[in-house]
Design a protein around this ligand. Sequence first.
Ligand SMILES: N[C@@H](CCC(=O)N[C@@H](CS)C(=O)NCC(=O)O)C(=O)O
Length: 342
Amino acid sequence: MHKTLGVSLGLAVLLASGGAMAGKDLDAIKAKGHVVCGVPTGTAGFALADSQGKWVGLDVDVCRAVSAAIFGDSEKVKYVPLTAQQRFTALQSGEVDMLSNNTTWTLTRDTALGFDFGAVTYYDGQAFMVSKKLGVKSAKELNGATICVQPGTTTELNLADYFRANKMTFKPVVIEKVEEVRAAFFSGRCDVYTNDSSALYSTRVANVPAGQSPDDYIVLPEIISKEPLAPVMRHGDNQFVDIVRWTQYAMIEAEEYGITSKNVDEMLKSENPAIKRMLGVTPGMGKALGVDEKWAYNIVKLVGNYGESFDRHVGKDSILKIDRGLNRLWSQGGLQYAPPIR
Ligand SMILES: N[C@@H](CCC(=O)N[C@@H](CS)C(=O)NCC(=O)O)C(=O)O
C-alpha cells in the first residue's frame, strides 16, 4: 500500500515537473493556431515585407520552418516587426513567442534576461561602413569620427570597447529606428555606420538612396566582435526551445545529406538510416520532440535546407551575394554543424 502510494506520488512529482518545463508556450501556440515571430523592422535578406506584405528572408525562414514543424504548414506565422530596442520587452511580455531578428547570443541575454537561444542562424561579426569619399582604409583611422549606432545592441557596447582598446575617441549618434539611422548615415550626418557586417552589406546593397550607388560606400576590413545570431525564446518551455533548435538543425542536417526541397520526396526512398530517421520514414524523432513524424520532411519540403535558404536570401541567388564564409557546413570548413538526429 505504502509502496504504491510512494510510486504514484513520485510519478505525480515527475509529471508535474515535466509539465512545468514542457508545453506551456507550445500549447498556447497550438491553441492560437500560429507562431508569433518577432523580426527586424526591415533588413533586406534577413526579414523584409515585400510589396504584397509577405515577409521574406533568412530570419523569416526560421519562423516558417518552426511553423512547418508544429503545424505541417510554413505559413502559420504572425510577424511582429521590432526595433533592437523593443525586442526583449516584446518577448518577455509574451507579445511574441520567439525572436528571429539578428539577435546575438550573449551570456547576459541567455541568463539574467530570462531567455534561451536556438541554434546559430548566422555567424556574424561587427564591422564599420564608410563613404569612399572619406578615403579611409582601416578602422584604425577612425579616431574622432562621428558614428551612427542603434541603442540596445551589442554593437553599441563593442564600439565603446574597440575605441577604448585602440585609444581612440568617437562621437556616437544613437538612433533607434533603422530607417532613420540609414538616412543619417547616407546624408553624411555620421562618418561611419557600425552594425553586424551582414546588416551593413544589406544596407549598402538595398538602402542606398537614389542618386547614390553602393560603390560609393565600403565596409572596412576589421571585424571587431563575434556575433552569433540566433533565435530567442523565453525561459519556461523547454519543449518549444527544443523544437526551434532542432528545426534549425534539421535544415543544416538536410543540407549535409543533400536533401533539398526539390528532392525530398525521392529521399523518402533512401536506404540511409540517418535520412530515414530524419524524414520520419523510421519513426521516433517526431515523437521525441512532440511533433508529427513528418516534421523535418515538412521543413525541407516547404522551406528548404539551410543552404537553400542562405543562397536564396543572402547568398549567391540573392542581391546581397554574401559569401557563405563561417556559415559553410563544418564539412566544408565552416561552423554550421548539427548534432545527430537520433
Ligand atoms: N546583433 C546585434 C545587433 C542587432 C541589430 O541592431 N540589428 C539591427 C540591424 S539589422 C536590427 O535588426 N534592427 C531592427 C530594426 O530596427 O529593424 C544585437 O543583437 O544587439
